[in-house]
Design a protein around this ligand. Sequence first.
Ligand SMILES: [Cu+2]
Length: 344
Amino acid sequence: MAMASSCLLSIFYVLPAMAADGPVCADGAAPSPSMFAPRSIPAQKILDVSWFVWGICGLIFLIMAALILWCIIKYRQRPGDDTEAPQIYGSNPIELAWTIIPTVIVFVLFLVSARTIFEIDHTSPPPGSLEITVVGHQWWWEFDYPDQGFVTANELHVPLTRDGKSVPIYLTLESNDVIHSFWVPQLAGKTDVVPNRLNHLWLQPTMVGTYVGQCAEYCGTQHANMLITVVVHEEDDFNEWVTNQRTDAVDEPGVTEGRNLFLQTSCINCHRIRGTVANGTFAPDLTHLMSRSVIGAGVVANTPENLSTWVFDPQMIKPGCRMPSMKLSPEEVKQVVSYLLTLK
Ligand SMILES: [Cu+2]
């Protein structure tokens, strides 16, 4: 039942982040939040077991529907026949059959599901894995790369291979506030993100590309705009991305006013920009803001216009989000945004 409903969900999911001219997979397919197009080892295993369950359930359905139809037709009331049908009380062979056969079927389903669960559930990182901590916040995602020494938001970047070998990605999921759920259907099963608890998720992509997902546990007003983008890179591109993320923000010339405004406003209490005094951890790390394609966890594309609207009043774009309008004048917004645009 749970499996059937999640399949339906994934078919009907609509993601605002999926622009028609957006990124594509290595095989040319547009990102789709469908578990029927797996691009990762655990997602493939989940699909395999779900086909198996669909198959058995489908077969039961066909047999039962055929039997019912046959009974309806064969034993229908004929004209002129008013006699009562024979009343049969109890039949041991029938009772046994409809107890034993379903028990065997359920047992087989149990064994097959349990095997898949054990294959997918890693309580410790598989050898050679890249470890990343995912922190759910109302209503955005924080991605910490402890071994690489940086933090980013909303866009998870991972390599396909390392030294020619496929890399397992081992996520540790934690929440900063309420229960969220991390779900990128093409890459792995849905896993809840629970306060005061560490959950783990293994994914191992099989194809370069961009994958979409979203928070799958109702977590407040902006739950629907808590989207996830996962970018799977070739090894070299990933290393380049990491090298860039590790650097501190550079002081570009020409944006001193905007920079000072940012550093003198309470932006710095919530946001971090490495290499400056801005040290907040309440909100997304902005050190490499412009390396991301979306803002507000996918609510809009990361364009200068959207950034201006956001800095002027984020509530216009994402009502209820945890960033207040900072009451900057249009001139100040322009200056701050020209500074933000240098955070490559
Ligand atoms: Cu959420």
